[in-house]
Design a protein. Structure first.
Lengths: 316, 316
DNA sequence: CGCGCTTTTGAGCATATGCCCACGCGTTGG
DNA sequence: CCAACGCGTGGGCATATGCTCAAAAGCGCG
């Protein structure tokens, strides 16, 4: 008898669900039709949902992205995750994620109460800054996580922090140091000097860190940009380096290496695990291991990527 | 630019729809996530619906029934339609529709204000009456649309009106006449006598008519039950009879025939088109033409049937 | 056959939703 | 170049919804 009752109840739930979602009636109308109180109609509708009698299918490329984002967020316990549709025109385009990063920056910077935004490396981050809509927020602070003096002593060819400050009127704190010092001692000395300590202090209070994620292979951006030599790169790879964030190399488990260039880096190291909202932005098959490692190691607690990359990360 | 905008708008609509229906967020939350006002979030969700980006799929046998009922209601402009799931155990079972008819009677009789219910022939109607939950409604009236004296002069073997009156304490009006009179003249005489005129008058004011639908073929119930002879049946079939309601034979277009047994019938004829809520109850492949004709001719404005029959009617 | 326990019901309330209005921005036609 | 138009926006209100709580109805057990 219980089974009979359950069945009839599910039938009613299905009817209610049909009338509600498909026919578009209100629960009041359904209650009258099924000869029950409105409260019961509501219960039937939720039962229909709870029993998964009804399923929603979103016929739109976005649906897959939302799904992937939700799974990534769940799997890696992220505070923020966005997956943009793979652009059929240019599969490798950074444009999509740059757009989303810009959006994230926009909404963060829109706040009236002062916020501190820390920026790392990466093409996506640079492109995002370009797309930020100008807004007057003189009380915000923009701080760089990486040195902006390149190997040859000139200012880095692309000053993200400065650009973003331009667009917001915010105070900004570039890091007036080379990416790498010549020795560990020298690095330790430099990071203690006043202007650098100040930058570190501001960065430590950042509300948002937006960082690129680089893979550590022959095409590592840190090498292509001339920040590390071929030999230094290979040495790190031998040590197990699989990716880098603001230059800090880490292995397949997301553990920061305590060797090689990491000893001479001036960049502000990632928190482990990330407590501050730390959003990684990266796309591309080559970066999948690096991104996955960063997620697993808790180097980042947010991710902006594209559909193909997200899928690859989840399939590992 | 317009196309670009539209696309991005649809993307947002898809996102909103996903977040609303699949992730189960409120529109307020979605508004915050997408950086728009709540009103806009609501618009995006309805846009998602309007553009059919999202579809609902109800994974339950009932869904098909609801769908069929809605189509029948639409197609034949019915005031009421119910389709019960085909019972895998007994495909021909009248049980399902009897249950629904009983339900219909229950809810009609539950009313505190006096109602008049008129009953026709049919196994489903008889079975329905048996399942009506007893309730005390002495001010209701139950009236028969057909004579309850069978060919041999005894009271009809099954007195639906009396049974229903038993269960409700309602006044009841059986029709104290044979199903068929021996001639048209005699019929015309009889229907004018006081008790019969009274029954007709009550029936004319009925709030609900519940009638069975019979097919007119070798297995016609009116013949099996002995109300019409084989010859009478064949004569009506020659005249084009395809179905009958309370004995009144009609052709494939649902037009009442003006010949044969119809001239000697004591039953109260159907309204054409039905104005009173007139619910036909019937199942079975054999009855499909009869039901379809009754619907097309407007002899009934409501239908209770099963899934297979509903599908067959719609596919004609 | 009655008592207590579990399940279901219906009223009421806080919240979410749908929709109307006036407004502002961008667009188009003169 | 300007004005009219249209579209999207956000505020505000009436309605629908989800949920809680106490009461009723089953239901099983003694």
């Amino acid at each position: 008898m219980a089974a009979e009752n359950d069945k009839s109840r599910l039938d009613d739930a299905a009817r209610a669900g049909w009338l509600y979602f498909i026919a578009g009636h209100t629960q009041d109308e359904i209650a009258k039709m099924l000869q029950v109180s409105r409260a019961s109609a509501q219960r039937l509708v939720s039962l229909c949902l709870a029993e998964r009698l009804i399923t929603f299918r979103l016929e739109h490329p976005i649906a897959a992205c939302m799904e992937l984002a939700a799974r990534l967020k769940e799997r890696f316990d992220l505070v923020h995750c966005e997956v943009v549709p793979a652009d059929p025109a240019s599969p490798q385009a950074t444009a999509g994620i740059a757009e989303r990063c810009a959006n994230l920056l926009d909404s963060t910077l829109r706040s009236e109460t002062p916020v501190i935004v820390a920026l790392g490396t990466g093409r996506a981050v640079r492109a995002a800054v370009e797309r930020v809509t100008p807004i007057d927020r003189p009380n915000h602070q923009i701080v760089s996580l990486v040195g902006n003096i390149s190997a040859d002593g000139s200012a880095s060819f692309y000053d993200t922090v400065g650009r973003l400050a331009d667009r917001t009127g915010a105070r900004h704190y570039p890091m007036p140091l080379p990416f790498l010092m010549s020795s560990e001692d020298e690095r330790n000395k430099m990071v203690r000097i006043e202007p650098i300590a100040k930058v570190k202090a501001v960065a430590a209070r950042a509300d948002l860190r937006l960082v690129g994620i680089g893979q550590m292979d022959q095409k590592a951006q840190v090498h292509i940009d001339g920040f590390v030599t071929r030999d230094e790169l290979f040495e790190m790879m031998r040590q197990g380096a699989i990716g880098e964030i603001t230059g800090w190399a880490y292995d397949a488990k997301g553990r920061l290496l305590k060797a090689g260039t990491n000893k001479r880096l001036t960049s502000i190291p990632p928190e482990v695990p990330a407590k501050t909202t730390t959003i990684g932005a990266a796309v591309g098959a080559a970066k999948v291991p690096a991104i996955a490692a960063a997620l697993n190691g808790g180097l980042i607690n947010g991710l902006i990527t594209d559909e193909a990359t997200a899928r690859a990360i989840l399939e590992r």
